[in-house]
Design a protein around this ligand. Structure first.
Ligand SMILES: *Cc1c(COP(=O)(O)O)cnc(C)c1O
Length: 402
């Protein structure tokens, strides 16, 4: 949140100034219903979450294919850890790189139809790394207003000019691309938006980028494994020069990737600071993730089951006249409005045995707090039916708080 004009200015050089500032900020967030709380949770079974000793049906994870708890992958990880140990022990360029990393990168490149892939520790690292390595002062990054924080931060950190356009607005994107710049242009979008579940018009954005001599970067965090042929992503076959994805969502693992041509990846190996100056992904993790790629590609029943669940949820929510969002993906937000009402609704669902996170500002714009329901192939049809019944019971109460 932006500092308000009425706030005191903290000019003391003593530590009391810092403590007072923190107390003030905490009070402001509490008054707005925006304090965040860490919940100690255990996810031991697919589609289930245990919080405070109580098991609930989990509609809050990004484990879209239900792979995070696949016992075959846990076995691969354990076997690989016996060979490689716990950690890589060094950065990739200083001895931390091994065959496990190379093989995972090749498997991912083949899946995505890219010349090469480079692994990063997280999606956040990948975004900061690729944007920092490409953008120079004078360049411009044109971004959808609802892009993930790491994409916006990456452009800012690079010192490039950040131009945003209204969500999914092609004309807005074109206007921002058309404005003069002394440098180069990069158009950046998610393929599936994480808080809304809607999809970017990638073919149109690709054409737009071409018309303005811009490169296009597509973040496939919520699409890899879920959309496209064999789950290869929403941008599969679209000849997008830079693709990014996390391995922590549908693949059920950890880590991230940038995919592109040889020249791009070699540039990143030289220049991406979040690649160069950080410990390599544990090799055991890389090895287990390669098996997750095989499962994600070949067990296509997971994608079909997920699609059936999405349709089932939307049909049921429509019948209940719940405020469905225009989303055809596994992310099904229900707009509530105030942070307080969203929290109260999440609490009601919690008491009824469901984990459904309330998403509040600043993660989403003020006044658009929501429940974010994430569906997964780990769910049974009866899980979705039970959630709909609980929503039917809780929703009208929440409206009074709106
Ligand atoms: C989750 C996410 C990331 C970050 O990926 P991590 O591997 O969790 O750091 C980046 N971009 C988008 C769009 C995401 O949803």
């Amino acid at each position: 949140m932006k500092p308000a004009a009425a706030r005191p200015r903290w000019t003391e050089s003593s530590t009391a100034g810092w403590a007072a500032r923190l107390a003030q900020r905490a009070a402001e967030r509490a008054a707005a219903g925006l304090r965040r709380r860490l919940l100690a949770a255990e996810r031991q079974a697919p589609g289930r979450i245990r919080i405070d000793g109580v098991e609930r049906i989990d509609f809050g994870s990004n484990d879209y294919l239900g792979l995070a708890h696949d016992p075959r992958l846990a076995e691969h990880l354990a076997a690989a850890a016996r060979r490689h140990g716990l950690g890589a022990g060094a950065a990739r360029l200083l001895g931390g790189h091994g065959h496990a990393h190379a093989e995972l990168e090749e498997a991912l490149a083949e899946w995505l139809g890219a010349e090469r892939v480079l692994l990063f520790s997280t999606g956040y690292h990948a975004a900061l790394g690729v944007l920092g390595a490409l953008l120079e002062r004078g360049d411009v990054a044109v971004q959808d207003k609802l892009n993930h924080a790491c994409l916006l931060d990456g452009a800012r950190l690079a010192g490039a000019e950040l131009r945003r356009y209204p969500h999914l607005d092609l004309d807005g994107a074109e206007r921002q691309l058309a404005r003069p710049t002394p440098g180069l242009r990069l158009l950046v979008t998610e393929s599936v938006f994480g808080m809304d579940g809607d999809r970017a018009p990638l073919a149109e954005l690709r054409a737009l980028a071409n018309r303005h001599a811009a490169w296009l970067l597509v973040d496939e965090a919520h699409a890899l494994g879920v959309l496209g042929p064999d789950g290869a992503g929403a941008a599969a076959g679209l000849d997008v020069p830079i693709r990014m994805a996390t391995l922590g969502k549908a693949l059920g693992s950890f880590g991230a990737l940038i995919a592109g041509d040889r020249a791009l990846i070699e540039h990143l190996i030289d220049h991406a600071r979040t690649f160069v100056y950080t410990t390599a992904l544990p090799p055991a993790w890389a090895e287990a993730t390669r098996h997750a790629v095989v499962l994600a590609r070949t067990e296509s029943w997971r994608r079909r089951h997920l699609e059936d669940l999405i349709e089932r949820f939307r049909d049921g929510a429509r019948a209940l006249e719940l405020p469905l969002a225009p989303s055809s993906t596994a992310i099904q937000p229900l707009l509530v409005g105030s942070a307080r009402a969203a929290l109260s609704l999440a609490e009601r669902l919690r008491a009824a045995g469901f984990h459904v996170p309330a998403i509040r500002p600043p993660t989403v714009p003020p006044g658009t707090a929501r429940l974010r329901i994430n569906l997964s192939a780990a769910h049974a049809e009866t899980d979705v039916d039970a959630l709909l019944a609980a929503l039917a019971a809780a929703w009208s109460d929440a409206l009074r708080l709106r």
